[in-house]
Design a binder for this molecule. Structure first.
Ligand code: GLV
Ligand code: GLV
Length: 333
């Protein structure tokens, strides 16, 4: 049976697929596959291991009737039409859990780097522009005791809150689809409305999936309610914030700074004005990018593929509905 893999993934995952006796075909070019190329490579594949943001929509699924399982090398699945996959009987696997700490580390890094203008000051040094210990130059903001707002209190949001509380004794507010008793008990986190989260957070960190409900959630109306000293951090998906509105909010001093690991679009254009702003730090979507985490993601993605091809339930399945009334999705050959 054949697995098509859309990017080069860590050896740890490839090894598992090989040991399972699967034939591996891997896209190794630097550029993204076009939608037509993805269909071509998947036409005779039994499984797809998708790393990156290729659209897995109804049209694609209809064009590849041979495919039995799709494993994402990611926790987010906003690029997948889950309803269509379920209708086709295809289980979708993702990689939750294993990337929680690495992603929370990235959010914490961006909060701290932004609060001290670290990326901007680094760029100034490269230009030979060094302010010799001027007491009023290069000033950032302290984080000690400031209020952290978490939008989306899942495991990554909780890990960010835990780090921030331990490091700076930050009181935690959060907004979520439903209350999170773990965060309330362990961290004293307080559930608030979206408006209160905007109004009271000194740092507002986004950890929610991109859905029709969260798309453009952080827009002009939202930024207008935030504190002028607030730092906005997004390590989730660029689609949750409206970029022109974020730029205006920064230029008009409605908020103080922003730390972004995700942008819309990705990659961000090198001439983007955000990259020139002292109080903005941007990273190229590296949330889960540590050796250890990427190995763990590749292993979990491979386990999802292998289980799917055996007709077993995936260890991490996004659409368990696919199993309702059927043993396990499309029957394996
Ligand atoms: C990366 O963005 C992921 O969803 O894992
Ligand atoms: C800072 O480096 C100081 O000596 O105060």
């Amino acid at each position: 049976m054949k697995v098509f893999i859309t990017r080069v993934i860590p050896q740890a995952g490839l090894r598992l697929l090989e040991e399972a006796g699967l034939t591996i075909e891997q896209w190794t070019k630097k550029r993204n596959l076009t939608p037509a190329e993805l269909v071509d490579h998947c036409r005779d594949a039994d499984a797809l291991l998708s790393a990156g943001s290729s659209k897995i929509d109804a049209g694609f699924l209809a064009a590849v009737p041979h495919l039995k399982v799709i494993a994402l090398h990611a926790v987010g699945y906003d690029n997948v039409d889950i309803t269509a996959a379920t209708a086709h009987g295809i289980p979708i696997g993702n990689t939750p859990g294993v990337l929680t700490d690495a992603t929370a580390d990235t959010a914490f890094l961006l909060m701290l780097a932004t609060s001290r203008k670290a990326f901007y000051l680094h760029k100034k040094i490269l230009r030979g522009d060094w302010n010799f210990f001027e007491p009023t130059a290069n000033l950032g903001l302290s984080l000690e005791g400031k209020t952290l707002g978490i939008f989306g209190m899942g495991s990554i949001g909780q890990a960010m809150a835990r780090r921030s509380k331990a490091a700076y004794n930050m009181p935690i507010l959060y907004h979520n689809r439903k209350p999170c008793t773990t965060a309330e008990k362990e961290l004293g986190a307080r559930y608030v409305s979206f408006e209160t989260l905007l109004r009271e957070s000194d740092v507002l960190s986004v950890h929610a999936p991109l859905t029709a409900d969260t798309q453009d959630k952080f827009n002009a109306a939202a930024f207008a309610q935030m504190k002028p000293n607030a730092i906005f951090v997004n390590t989730a998906r660029g689609g949750l914030h409206n970029e022109p509105d974020l730029i205006s909010a920064l230029l008009n001093h409605q908020i103080w700074g922003a730390g972004l690991d995700v942008t819309n679009p990705e990659p961000m254009h090198p001439d983007n004005v955000l990259l020139q702003m002292p109080n903005v730090c941007v990273l190229p979507h590296i949330g889960s990018a540590t050796v250890e985490t990427r190995d763990a993601m590749a292993i979990l993605a491979a386990r999802n593929i292998i289980a799917g091809l055996k007709g077993e339930r995936l260890p991490a399945v996004v659409n368990p509905q696919v199993y309702e009334g059927k043993p396990a999705g499309r029957p394996a050959l």
